[in-house]
Design a protein around this ligand. Structure first.
Ligand code: ASP
Ligand code: MG
Length: 402
């Protein structure tokens, strides 16, 4: 069997942890399996490197930032290869160049295009444990690129797909995917299984266990993932297309404190208004999330929407500049809002889920500012200070029955 194992930053945070990872890889190898290991940078290395760059330049070149950040993963793979060799087993570390991990050209947020398998297969044939740097690739200019923060998960899934691996195991500092963040909801439970679609919603909603692009890629190529702890032997959570058990109404509650709300008041109630608003924002690459438009009254209407807090200033500035073209009376905004979402493949066929969620939030005395839904998700926008409490109330409402 060919197994791809990925270990996150905390799992390789210090020399002892690196030895622990080495030991786990050796155990797999001793079973007679081919082992490919993807590592993140040690601990907070990537943050520290970014911090270092900010001390040199207030607006560092993106190309140079990728050169800098990609060093972190090179440190962990080489150290781990040494640790495996210390234990008496053969290992080799490879960076994105040596493997030839081709990506799109954009720095800081490149996408993997094609992975050459030859070098890895040769090293596996030579009976080596192969360690590959996560999070990075090479673009058509032969420059190093990075895949976006948390991107090592995506490296692992892409490798598993390219190598037709029999298993792709994502090791982290928690023992699987939980029904909610256990730091917020102490009685959150670990899930044995979750579907790609549920995980995609939870990942992009801020569950922070897996990079969301890695889940999209796993779904596309049918790579079954296991999320498990690097420190225990607990079985973890399997992420796959369909559950073997009956679909749960609600699999998880996610909290995302990153959004900010903007409202445009007194827009003209004529065709093209929404287009104008979102066109100017789109041109600045500002991603808009929940959108709410009021019914027109006396020839005017309001549109509210959320953006990531980090884009708030630019969005406000862009809209003010386009005020003449768009035509509105006032603009309001608030930064201290959060999204609380429930996700579950089973809610597709159940009509009472939304009202149960809203009832729980009402009973907690919390006001809902905006609502958005998809087939398997309901999201509400609440005050950021109340988000954790809202999540607990909703989590309790759906778990009381299990
Ligand atoms: N080291 C990179 C980061 O912190 C990639 C990763 O850990 O997945 O974002
Ligand atoms: Mg991660």
């Amino acid at each position: 069997m060919l197994i791809v194992k990925k270990f996150g930053g905390t799992s390789v945070g210090d020399p002892d942890r690196i030895r622990n990872v080495a030991r786990r890889c050796v155990e797999e190898y001793k079973k007679g399996n081919d082992v490919v290991v993807v590592l993140s940078a040690m601990g907070d290395t990537t943050d520290d490197l970014l911090e270092l760059a900010s001390k040199i330049s207030s607006k560092p070149s993106k190309r140079e930032l990728d050169m800098l950040m990609s060093t972190g993963e090179q440190v962990s793979v080489s150290l781990c290869a040494m640790a495996i060799m210390e234990m008496g087993y053969p290992a080799i570390s490879l960076n994105a160049f040596q493997v030839a991990m081709h990506t799109t050209k954009v720095y800081g947020n490149a996408r993997l295009r094609k992975i050459d398998r030859d070098r890895i297969l040769t090293e596996l044939d030579n009976k080596k444990i192969v360690l590959v740097t996560g999070f990075q690739g090479v673009n058509k200019y032969d420059d190093v690129t990075t895949l976006g923060r948390g991107g090592s998960d995506t490296t692992a899934v892409a490798l598993a797909a390219a190598l037709h691996a029999d298993a792709c195991e994502i090791y982290t500092d928690v023992d699987g995917v939980y029904t909610c963040d256990p730091r917020v909801v102490p009685n959150a439970k670990k899930l044995d299984e979750i579907t790609y679609d549920e995980m995609l919603d939870l990942a992009s909603l801020g569950a922070q266990v897996l990079h969301n692009r890695s889940v999209g890629m796993a779904k596309k190529y049918g790579v079954e993932l296991v999320v498990r702890s690097s420190l225990t032997d607990a079985p973890g959570t399997v992420v796959k297309e369909d559950l073997t058990v009956e679909k749960r109404l609600v699999s998880g509650v996610a909290i995302d404190k990153s959004p900010a709300r903007i409202s445009l008041i007194g827009l003209k109630d004529v065709p093209g208004t929404a287009f104008n608003v979102f066109n100017v924002l789109g041109k600045k690459n500002i991603v808009v999330d929940i959108i709410l438009q009021s019914i027109g009254r006396d020839g005017t209407k309001d549109i509210s929407f959320t953006v990531d807090s980090k884009d708030l200033d630019e969005a406000l500035k862009t809209l003010e500049e386009a005020k003449g073209k768009i035509g509105f009376e006032a603009i309001t905004h608030e930064d201290n809002v959060a999204k609380v979402s429930i996700v579950g493949a089973g809610m597709m066929t159940d009509s009472g889920v939304a009202s149960r969620m809203f009832e729980a939030i009402y009973n907690a005395g919390i006001n809902i500012k905006m609502i958005s839904t998809s087939e398997i998700r309901i999201t509400v926008l609440v005050d950021e200070d109340e988000a954790d409490r809202a999540a607990r109330a909703v989590h309790d409402a759906f778990n009381a029955e299990d």
